[in-house]
Design a protein around this ligand. Structure first.
Ligand SMILES: NC(=O)c1ccc[n+]([C@@H]2O[C@H](COP(=O)([O-])OP(=O)(O)OC[C@H]3O[C@@H](n4cnc5c(N)ncnc54)[C@H](OP(=O)(O)O)[C@@H]3O)[C@@H](O)[C@H]2O)c1
Length: 342
């Protein structure tokens, strides 16, 4: 099968390999199925910052690594323990960071972390949903414990990094749950996108957040979801969270974090890592499949809209290089996807 990999051979071998390693198309054997696996014919993939992070961490002499953890495709074959899907089904999945990614014609993915493709979504739109959808859902409704069904309506949520892939879905999910959504964006176009998705208020994260929040008549917020840099916003989050409030972050810290800053408020801090369930094979692994089905429901009834903003053509090494460069800029709005094979 065709696969796009990061590897040093593309640059003439480990001695001359630049960092990050270049992407190139090679031929790989078909993936082998585990009992719960689906064999997907990959129709579209989306690109996420994690692709660039895994790529950047590869050693110059690393074996070729298939990147990409956001795919939509057709089930072609199933493992012996599969019960929810059958050949011909159209599905979407983020997959498992410990396994080869989806930048290949075929992907083996556990059915328990797979959901149906929303009936109204294109392949590219479906590929743009799983990784950021799971992250946003788990962050809001599991780590922060908010009620997806509206039981927390009226509570305030500050979303730091509202216009990125994760923020674009979190804004919509939070609004659907009835929360008061205050999102951050630093440019006119990203602020407009955050408002379009349903943010009640947009603050500019290139300026101090506290005075802007005060300008809305708020001294603090009930919950904070940080989808940008954890270190940069640590003190600000400690200042803005209300007593007994909760904070979730998704980006690993670069330096030590002073947890004591949350003590006087009895505020709680949570990590969200979308790959925790597949990586550790947790007993509730299938919850991710359920969340993907719930996201598909919301798309199909029009309660969620696609966050796909940019399609970069077919799944080729040069097009993936362009997508990686855009994602690395840290300034993309919504999601980037590629679909079809040359
Ligand atoms: N733990 C997990 O499971 C998990 C899952 C997904 C993503 N992540 C990580 O979370 C981060 C966000 O992912 P993503 O897919 O949403 O990224 P993304 O789509 O690349 O985010 C781009 C957005 O980030 C905003 N941004 C840039 N600098 C910012 C800053 N200093 N403060 C606030 N916002 C800023 C930009 O907004 P403006 O243009 O308005 O400045 C831009 O719209 C990445 O580091 C990613 O690796 C973690």
């Amino acid at each position: 099968m065709k696969a796009i990999v990061a590897e040093s051979a593309a640059a003439g071998g480990p001695d001359q390999a630049p960092s990050p390693l270049p992407l190139r198309q090679i031929a790989l054997p078909m993936p082998e199925l585990r009992p719960h696996d689906l064999l997907l014919r990959v129709e579209a993939v989306a690109v996420n910052p994690v692709d660039a992070k895994v790529r950047a961490a590869l050693a110059a002499d690393a074996a070729p690594r298939v990147l990409g953890w956001d795919a939509a495709g057709i089930v072609e074959a199933v493992g012996p323990a599969v019960s929810h899907f059958r050949p011909g089904d159209a599905v979407m999945a983020a997959g498992d960071i410990t396994r080869p990614g989806c930048n290949a014609q075929w992907l083996a993915v556990d059915e328990r972390i797979t959901g149906r493709r929303p009936r109204c979504s294109s392949w590219a739109e479906a590929a743009a949903l799983p990784l950021t959808g799971l992250t946003a859902w788990e962050a809001l409704f599991e780590r922060l414990g908010l009620d997806a069904e509206g039981g927390d309506a009226g509570r305030s949520l500050l979303i730091i990094g509202g216009a990125g892939g994760v923020g674009s879905l979190a804004i919509q999910l939070a609004r659907h749950a009835g929360l008061l959504v205050i999102a951050t964006a630093s440019r006119p176009e990203s602020a407009a996108w955050a408002r379009e998705l349903g943010a009640d208020h947009v603050l500019d994260h290139s300026r101090q957040l506290a005075p802007q929040l005060a300008g809305l008549g708020l001294e603090s917020v009930d919950r904070i979801a940080n989808f940008a840099d954890t270190d940069t916003y640590w003190d600000t989050m400690a200042e803005l969270i209300r007593p007994q409030g909760s904070i979730v972050a998704i980006v690993g810290n670069r330096g030590p974090l002073d947890l004591d800053k949350l003590k006087s408020k009895s505020a709680s801090f949570h990590w969200e890592f979308m790959f925790t369930r597949p990586r550790y094979g947790t007993p509730d692994l299938a919850r991710q499949g359920d969340i993907l089905e719930e996201l598909a429901d919301l798309i199909e009834v029009g309660a969620l809209r696609t966050t796909l903003r940019s399609e970069l053509g077919t799944i080729t090494a040069p097009n993936l290089e362009r997508a990686h460069a855009l994602v690395a800029s840290g300034r993309t709005i919504g999601k980037i996807a590629l679909s079809g094979w040359d």
